[in-house]
Write a protein that binds this ligand. Structure first.
Ligand SMILES: Cc1cc2nc3c(=O)[nH]c(=O)nc-3n(C[C@H](O)[C@H](O)[C@H](O)COP(=O)(O)O)c2cc1C
Ligand code: SF4
Length: 483
C-alpha cells in the first residue's frame, strides 16, 4: 500500500512512442534522444581526493542502462582543494577518470544518453564548535566585547584575555546575546559559514577575479574528457547562487541590483564560452525561488534566465530552495546541511510536505520558460520536483511547464524507469516513495542508496564481482532489470 503516491496508468510501448517524453530535443550542440533528464545527485563515491572510482563508474553506468535522454553528473568541484568524496575537476590529473566515466555512460546506454557534468564552487563552512573551543580560540575578541561584557560584569573591565574568554563561556544565553553580534552567535550555534558578502575576507573579496578562470578551466577539462555539456551550478547554497541572491548586498559592483548580482555569473559564462567556444553545450542550474526571507523570488529567476540565455547559455535547469540560512541547527561537531530547513524541504520535497511533492515546482519552470519564449529564446528548460510518472511527464510537456522532465529520486529508486516506460513495462517501475531515506544518507556524507533496493542479495556485477554492487550488508546499486 502506497496511499501517498498518485495513481498512474503506464503506457503501452505504442502509446509511449506517440507521447512527448520520447521525442528528441536539441540542447545546444547536442540532441537529447528523449525529454528524460536525470538531475545531479551526489552519491559520495569518489575518493577523498575527488577522483573517479570504480564505484562512481558503476553508479553512473547503472543510470545509463535506464536510457535517460540526459544524465547530469553530481556537483563537481572546480577548485583543486580537498572536499571529501566529492568529484573534482580542478586539475588535469582528474581527466583520465572523467574520461572513463564518459566512456562508461556511452557504452552502458548504447550511445542513447548524453552526459553533462555539474560544476560548482562553494565557500567554507565550519562544524558547530564546542562552546569551550569557540570562546577559547575561535572568537576574535575585541574592545567591543570587553566594553559590553563590562556593563554586565564591571569587575572584568580590566581583565586579561583569558579571564574575558572564561567569563564569556560562563554567561547565560540572554547575557551572551548582549555581548556577541548576531553573526558571532550564529558562528557559535551553527558553525562559522562564509558568505559572498564577507568582503573583509580577501579570498571572498577576490572571488570575481578568481572564479571565471577556475570555471573556464573546468569547462575545458569537461570538454576534453568527452562530456556532452556542462551545467554551471548556480543553485542551492553555493557560491554563484550567493551572488545571484537578493541577499547579496556587495557594494563592489558584484551585488545589489539585478545587474550587479548577475555580473559575476555572466563573467563566468563569458570566460567559459571563450575557453570552450560556442559549439559545446553550456547551461546552468538556478533557483526559481530561494524560499528564505529576503531571498530571490521567481521574478529574479526569470530575469537571470533571460539574461543568461542572451549571454549564450543553452539550457536552464530549475530547482528551488536548499539554503543554509534556514538550516536546522547541527549537533556539536557537525556541519549545517542546507536541506534541513523549510527551503531544503522545498528542494527535495517529501510526501509529508503540505500539498505533496508531485510537480510542486513546475510553476517556476513554467514562468521561466514563458519569459524565455516571450524574449525570443528557444532555450530548453528543465523542470524537477516530484516528477515520477508518465502522466506527469506528458502533462508537463504538453502544457509547456518545461521542455525536459527532471526526475532525480525516481531515477535513483529505479534507473530503468525511463526504459521501462519506453518498452511498455511501466508496471515494473519501482516507484519512489518520496520519504528521503537517500537524502538522509547524503546528509551524513554516506554512500547514497535507496530504501527500496533489497538489502540481502549479493548480485554479481557484469564481471562477476559483488563488491561494487554490495558492501556485504546492503546493495550499493539498483537491482538489475531483465527486460
Ligand atoms: C541524494 C541527493 C543528492 C543530490 N545532489 C544534488 C547535486 O549534487 N546537485 C544538485 O543540483 N541537486 C542535487 N540534488 C537535488 C536533485 O537534483 C533534485 O533537484 C531534487 O531531488 C528534486 O527532484 P526530485 O523530486 O526529482 O528528486 C540531490 C538530491 C538527492 C536526493
Ligand atoms: S530512498 Fe526513498 S526518496 Fe530516495 S529514491 Fe529511494 S524511495 Fe525515493
Amino acid at each position: 500500500m502506497r496511499p501517498d503516491l498518485p495513481p498512474t496508468h503506464w503506457p503501452t510501448a505504442a502509446e509511449a512512442a506517440r507521447g512527448q517524453l520520447l521525442t528528441p530535443l536539441r540542447v545546444g550542440s547536442f540532441e537529447s534522444r528523449t525529454r528524460g533528464w536525470v538531475p545531479a545527485m551526489v552519491p559520495w563515491r569518489a575518493t577523498e581526493e575527488g577522483f573517479v572510482t570504480p564505484q562512481v563508474l558503476e553508479w553512473y553506468g547503472r543510470f545509463a542502462e535506464g536510457w535517460p535522454g540526459v544524465l547530469v553528473v553530481e556537483a563537481t568541484g572546480v577548485r583543486d582543494v580537498p572536499s571529501g568524496p566529492l568529484l573534482r575537476i580542478g586539475d588535469d590529473r582528474f581527466l583520465p577518470g572523467l574520461r572513463q566515466l564518459v566512456e562508461t555512460v556511452r557504452e552502458r546506454s548504447g550511445g542513447r544518453t548524453r552526459l553533462v557534468i555539474q560544476v560548482l564552487d562553494f565557500l567554507r563552512i565550519r562544524r558547530r564548535p564546542e562552546p569551550a573551543a569557540y570562546f577559547g580560540r575561535f572568537l576574535e575578541l575585541d574592545e567591543g566585547h570587553r566594553a559590553r561584557l563590562a556593563t554586565l560584569r564591571p569587575e572584568l573591565a580590566d581583565g586579561d584575555e583569558t579571564t574575558l574568554r572564561t567569563a564569556l563561556l560562563g554567561l547565560e544565553r540572554p547575557e551572551l546575546e548582549q555581548v556577541l553580534s548576531a553573526r558571532e552567535l550564529e558562528d557559535l550555534d551553527m558553525g562559522a559559514r562564509e558568505r559572498v558578502t564577507d568582503v573583509h575576507l580577501p579570498h571572498v573579496a577576490g572571488l570575481p577575479a578568481e572564479l571565471p578562470p577556475l570555471f573556464a578551466a573546468a569547462a575545458r577539462r569537461a570538454r576534453e574528457a568527452g562530456f556532452d555539456g556542462l551545467e554551471l551550478h548556480m543553485a542551492h547554497a553555493y557560491t554563484l547562487a550567493g551572488f545571484l541572491s537578493r541577499r547579496n548586498t556587495r557594494e563592489d559592483g558584484y551585488g545589489g541590483d539585478l545587474a550587479g548580482r548577475q555580473r559575476l555569473p555572466l563573467e563566468v559564462i563569458d570566460a567559459v564560452r571563450r575557453e570552450v567556444g560556442s559549439d559545446w553545450t553550456v547551461g546552468c542550474r538556478l533557483l526559481g525561488d530561494e524560499v528564505i526571507g529576503g531571498g530571490s523570488r521567481i521574478e529574479d529567476a526569470v530575469a537571470h534566465s533571460v539574461r543568461f540565455a542572451e549571454a549564450g547559455l543553452d539550457f536552464v535547469s530549475v530547482s528551488k530552495g536548499g539554503k543554509f540560512e534556514d538550516a536546522r541547527q547541527p549537533g556539536i561537531g557537525q556541519a549545517a546541511y542546507p536541506y534541513t530547513g523549510p527551503s531544503g524541504h522545498e528542494c527535495m520535497p517529501t510526501v509529508r510536505i503540505e500539498g505533496g511533492p508531485f510537480g510542486r515546482n513546475l510553476h517556476l519552470s513554467r514562468s521561466i520558460r514563458d519569459a524565455l519564449r516571450a524574449a525570443g529564446h528557444g532555450t530548453p528548460v528543465v523542470g524537477a520536483g516530484g516528477l515520477a510518472t508518465w502522466e506527469q511527464a506528458e502533462r508537463a510537456l504538453e502544457e509547456g511547464d518545461c521542455d525536459l522532465v527532471g526526475a532525480a529520486r525516481q531515477s535513483l529508486a529505479d534507473p530503468d524507469w525511463w526504459r521501462k516506460v519506453e518498452l511498455g513495462h511501466g508496471e515494473a517501475v519501482r516507484r519512489c516513495v518520496f520519504t528521503n531515506y537517500c537524502e538522509g544518507l547524503d546528509q551524513k556524507h554516506k554512500q547514497v542508496t535507496c530504501q527500496l533496493w533489497d538489502r540481502d542479495t549479493e548480485v554479481p556485477d557484469r564481471s562477476g564481482d559483488t563488491s561494487l554492487s554490495h558492501d556485504g550488508r546492503r546493495r550499493l546499486l539498483a537491482p538489475p532489470w531483465d527486460a
